[in-house]
Design a binder for this molecule. Structure first.
Ligand SMILES: [Zn+2]
Length: 619
């Protein structure tokens, strides 16, 4: 954080969110909210809402949400500090930067300067130096003209020990921290790169943070060893692979405009997509796509298209992909590139094919399913049965039951099996433990009104947090809406233990711990993005349900969940069986009284007190 918290708060307070967003979208007043067409996604009916009092927005279409700072970051592709500076300027506020941050910036400044100088040096060598002839030939052979070379600031690191070090003349520590070189055993500065075509790597705001170097085909460097094909800067104070995406600085405008980012495997792939007229590609730098990359990408786009070689895409860990989708609220799709094809070649030979692969990208699950079904022998009954098993195992990995069920129909269609047979196959697969944690695949859950949690199997040994049923989710949301908008109606009657969904529970705890909604939003951001998103959404919604009903329903669901656990426990521990069975029948009786209008209030109070005590005990 390079800006004082106080200043951030002042900037937030001084910015009228309705006026700010009004510069990008027409907003109309509707009750306590302002609504309009979302500036972040294409839509015909308004799903974008602003709560002016709390200073937050939420879109029911694309789920983007935030405050004035988030809005400026997303709409203009800025980082946090830049966004605060811009808003400060707009509001006429002078901000001071705190001394520690300033010191840190001072310390990193020479690193950025050295990197920037290195980029220029290598670039000029490539363009004009006689020793760069073979590099220029190589780039021309890949279809790169002068525009491409200039746009991507490509360079040439001469085949020598210390050309760069002698040119930029920086202290040893700057050279090494910037990843540009090292000090050898004789105490002399050496370059990190030699005889390589250089691809400078920038942060989203366009500062050079690292370099990637590629050897020329068939040309070892002077040390005689060809070395790896690609070599990247060492990580250091200004460069972290986990947090860097090559190309984002050039791609961000098109990524924001299209709402989509293409993630490919290497620098030359990124350039290939730009050449093919899709300037929204990025690549990881010598590391696999991970959590932090998604955190960065979600500021810019909601759709992530993996443009990998089909085998590489097939191997992306399914559970991680679904987790990213859920946690960062992005959709991950796969652009199936023709097998064995190289985007760089396609960009020159058939750019249309490259564009088509992206526009026809399939959801991750659909892509994996296709691979399984396409490699199966669907001509014989045995082959179809085998294919069905493999396909259902893939389907079962998806965490959302509604999504799974739609793919059951796809598998049924292709394998000519009854959907119901596939569902029971999936149930058997999950019971046999083959799909631990994948959730159950079943559409014949408990009947209407019953809560799905209560019927979920509980295995004493390896209990994972199950995702709560839809009814529980809905009741939890209603309760939170009330807690946000009409706290006096529910505040005394809700407890964290009533919320089965972890995010909902966290949101409620945040509300309990704060004096007002502004404070709650700040706390929520500390708890996690999903909690903050939920609170912003609640801020633009209105409570619909009756407070008494909501409270009773939550107590009912929470008690049933506890009851299932107690019954399971009773089966597993014969010693305390009697005690647990007594408890169980007492809870069942209270649950019955919950349905009696004359007894409901007292029963609810007893159950809630018991749930709270039980929760405290286990904590
Ligand atoms: Zn939207």
């Amino acid at each position: 954080m390079a800006i004082l918290e106080d200043d951030v708060a002042r900037v937030r307070a001084a910015t009228d969110i309705v006026a700010l967003i009004g510069e990008h979208a027409a907003l109309k007043r509707q009750g306590t909210r302002w609504v309009g067409l979302c500036p972040f996604h294409q839509e015909k009916t308004p799903s974008f809402s602003v709560n002016a009092e709390m200073g937050v927005y939420y879109c029911f279409g694309c789920q983007r949400s935030g405050d004035v700072i988030t809005f400026v970051r997303e709409i203009d592709g800025l980082d946090f500090v830049e966004a605060v500076r811009r808003l400060a300027e707009r509001a006429g506020i002078t901000i001071t930067e705190d001394s520690q941050a300033t010191a840190e910036r001072q310390w990193r400044k020479p690193l950025f300067a050295a990197l920037s100088e290195a980029v220029t040096f290598y670039h000029e060598r490539l363009i004009s130096s006689p020793d760069a002839g073979p590099a220029r030939d190589y780039l021309r052979s890949r279809g790169y003209d002068g525009d491409v070379v200039r746009r991507f600031q490509l360079g040439w690191a001469p085949d020598d020990w210390d050309t760069l070090a002698r040119h930029i003349r920086v202290p040893d520590k700057v050279l090494t921290d910037a990843g540009l070189g090292f000090v050898n055993r004789l105490g002399r500065q050496q370059d990190a790169f030699r005889a390589r075509v250089m691809f400078p790597i920038f942060d989203p705001s366009g500062r050079a943070v690292a370099l990637g170097g590629r050897i020329l085909p068939g040309r070892p460097d002077a040390s005689g060893t060809p070395g790896p094909k690609y070599k990247n800067s060492q990580e250091g104070p200004v460069y972290s692979k986990r947090r860097t995406l090559y190309g984002l600085n050039w791609a961000k405008l098109d990524v924001v405009a299209s709402g989509e980012v293409v993630v490919c495997e290497g620098y030359t792939d990124v350039i290939a997509f730009f050449m093919a007229g899709l300037p929204r590609a990025v690549a990881t730098c010598g590391t696999a796509l991970g959590e932090e990359h998604f955190r960065l990408l979600r500021n810019f786009a909601r759709r992530v298209v993996l443009a990998y070689d089909a085998d590489a895409a097939g191997q992306a860990g399914a559970s991680r992909v679904y987790e990213w989708e859920r946690h960062h609220e992005v959709d991950v799709a796969v652009a199936a590139l023709p097998a064995g094809s190289d985007p760089a070649d396609l960009a020159v030979e058939d750019p249309e094919a490259l564009r088509k692969a992206v526009s026809e990208a399939q959801p991750f699950l659909a892509f994996r399913l296709e691979r399984v079904l396409n490699s199966a022998d669907l001509r014989s009954a045995e082959g179809r049965a085998k294919a069905a098993e493999a396909a259902m195992a893939v389907v079962a990995e998806h965490p959302n039951e509604l999504v799974r069920d739609q793919y059951v129909m796809v598998v049924a269609d292709r394998t000519r099996l009854e959907p119901q047979a596939l569902r029971s196959l999936a149930d058997r697969q999950s019971r046999s433990g083959a799909q631990v944690g994948a959730g159950r695949l079943s559409s014949n859950g408990p009947s209407e009104g019953a809560d799905t949690d209560a019927a979920a199997p509980v295995s004493g040994a390896s209990r994972r947090p199950r995702s709560p049923g839809r009814e529980t989710q809905r009741a939890g949301l209603e309760a939170l809406r009330l807690a946000v908008h009409e706290p006096e109606l529910v505040a005394q009657r809700l407890e964290p233990v009533l919320f089965a969904d972890e995010t909902q529970r966290a949101a409620f705890e945040v509300l309990l711990a704060s004096q007002n909604l502004h404070e709650a939003l700040e706390l929520a951001e500390e708890r996690g993005e999903d909690v903050a998103v939920l609170l912003r959404r609640l801020a633009v919604e209105e409570p619909l349900a009756d407070p008494d009903d909501v409270v009773v329903q939550l107590v009912r669901f929470a008690s049933r969940r506890a009851l299932v656990e107690i019954d399971a426990q009773a089966r597993l521990s014969p010693d305390s069986f009697v005690e647990l069975a007594t408890l169980s029948s007492r809870i069942k009786k209270d649950l019955e009284e919950l349905e009696d209008p004359g007894l409901v209030n007292e029963a609810a109070e007893r159950l809630l007190a018991w749930l709270v005590a039980r929760d405290e005990e286990s904590a």
